[in-house]
Design a protein around this ligand. Structure first.
Ligand SMILES: Cc1cc2nc3c(=O)[nH]c(=O)nc-3n(C[C@H](O)[C@H](O)[C@H](O)COP(=O)(O)OP(=O)(O)OC[C@H]3O[C@@H](n4cnc5c(N)ncnc54)[C@H](O)[C@@H]3O)c2cc1C
Length: 269
C-alpha cells in the first residue's frame, strides 16, 4: 500500500484521502479535466475559501496546438506535455487526482471515478466544473478512424509520425515502383488549421528534415494532398488568408483540393 495515500492525517493527498473524508469543514470544488480550461478554472479558484480537486485521467497536460509538430518529428512528445501535479506545489488549496470520471450524480453531489490500480471511487463535491474537452469529430464518419487517426492526443501524434516514417521506410525498401509511389502519397482530410499545419509540416519534413536520409528514394518526391469539403482552405478565416495559405502550401509542394468530400476510406485508399 502507498504510505502517503494511506496516511489519514495527510488530508486529500490522493484518491483514498479524497474518498474517505466524511466531514469537510471547507466547501469542495471539483474540476474534471486538466486541459487549458480545467487548469484555468483551478487557478481562478486559488483564493477561494474551498479545497479544489482537479481530476484528470492523464497525469499530464498536452499543449494541443503543437501536436502537429510532434506528429512530424519536429518536437519530441515530451516537449509538448507537462505534468499536472506540480500545479499543487504553487497552489496550496489544490489537490490533483489521477482518475477517469465515469459518472456524476447531481442529486447526491458525488462523482464516480475509476482510479488506476485502485478501482472505483466516489468523490463528493459542493461545486463542479466539467472541462473534459471534445472528442475528435469525423463529421458522421467514425469508421474513418480505423485508417485515419485524428490529432488530439500524444498517442495520435505518435501514430501519425509512425505512419509517415514507416511509409518512407517501405518506399525505400520495395522494388515495386507503384508500391513506392503509393507509400509516398499522403492524404490529409480537412483544411482547417490542423490540416493546414500538418500538411505544411509534412512537406517540410519530406523536403528538409529527411533530406539525404535515404538512398533509393527522395522524400521530397512525396505527393501530399490536402482535401477540403468547403470551397477554400481555412474556411473560418478571412478569404485573403485562405488565398495566401493556399499559395504557401502549393509553394511547399502540397496539392490543395477544395470542394472535395471524402465518402469512404479503406485500406486501399
Ligand atoms: C491539433 C490541435 C491544434 C490546435 N491548435 C490551436 C491553436 O493554435 N490555437 C488555439 O487557440 N487552439 C488550438 N486548438 C484548440 C485547443 O487546443 C482546445 O480548444 C483546448 O485544448 C480545449 O481545452 P479544454 O481544456 O476544453 O480541453 P482539453 O485540452 O481537451 O482537456 C480536456 C482534459 O479532460 C480530460 N478528461 C476528459 N475526459 C475525462 C474523464 N472522463 N475523466 C477524467 N479526465 C477527463 C482529458 O484527459 C484532458 O486532459 C487546437 C486543438 C488541436 C487538437
Amino acid at each position: 500500500m502507498n504510505a502517503i495515500l494511506a496516511d489519514p492525517t495527510n488530508k486529500l493527498a490522493g484518491a483514498d484521502a479524497i474518498q474517505t473524508e466524511q466531514t469537510r469543514a471547507q466547501k469542495r470544488i471539483v474540476i474534471i479535466g486538466g486541459g487549458f480550461a480545467g487548469i484555468a478554472a483551478a487557478r481562478a479558484s486559488e483564493r477561494a475559501d474551498a479545497e479544489v480537486v482537479l481530476i484528470d485521467r492523464r497525469n499530464h497536460h498536452i499543449f494541443q496546438p503543437l501536436l502537429y509538430q510532434a506528429a512530424t518529428a519536429v518536437l519530441a512528445p515530451w516537449e509538448i506535455a507537462a505534468p499536472i501535479r506540480p500545479l499543487a506545489v504553487k497552489q496550496r488549496n489544490l489537490t490533483v487526482m489521477l482518475a477517469e470520471v465515469t459518472g456524476v450524480d447531481l442529486s447526491s453531489r458525488t462523482i464516480d471515478a475509476s482510479c488506476p490500480g485502485l478501482g472505483a471511487r466516489k468523490v463528493p463535491f459542493d461545486h463542479l466544473s466539467v472541462a473534459t474537452g471534445m472528442p475528435p469529430s469525423y463529421f458522421g464518419h467514425d469508421e474513418f478512424a480505423r485508417y485515419a487517426p485524428a490529432l488530439k492526443s500524444l498517442n495520435d501524434a505518435e501514430a501519425i509520425r509512425t505512419k509517415i516514417l514507416s511509409a518512407f521506410e517501405l518506399a525505400e525498401t520495395t522494388d515495386d515502383a507503384s508500391e513506392r509511389a503509393r507509400q509516398m502519397t499522403f492524404v490529409l482530410v480537412g483544411a482547417g488549421p490542423t490540416g493546414v499545419e500538418l500538411a505544411a509540416s509534412m512537406a517540410r519534413m519530406a523536403a528538409v528534415t529527411l533530406r539525404n536520409n535515404f538512398r533509393r528514394i527522395d522524400p521530397a518526391d512525396s505527393t501530399i494532398i490536402l482535401l477540403e469539403g468547403g470551397n477554400r482552405v481555412l474556411p473560418t478565416f478571412a478569404e485573403t488568408l485562405s488565398r495566401k495559405t493556399t499559395a504557401r502550401l502549393e509553394k511547399l509542394g502540397v496539392k490543395v483540393m477544395t470542394g472535395v468530400k471524402v465518402e469512404k476510406v479503406d485500406e486501399q485508399g
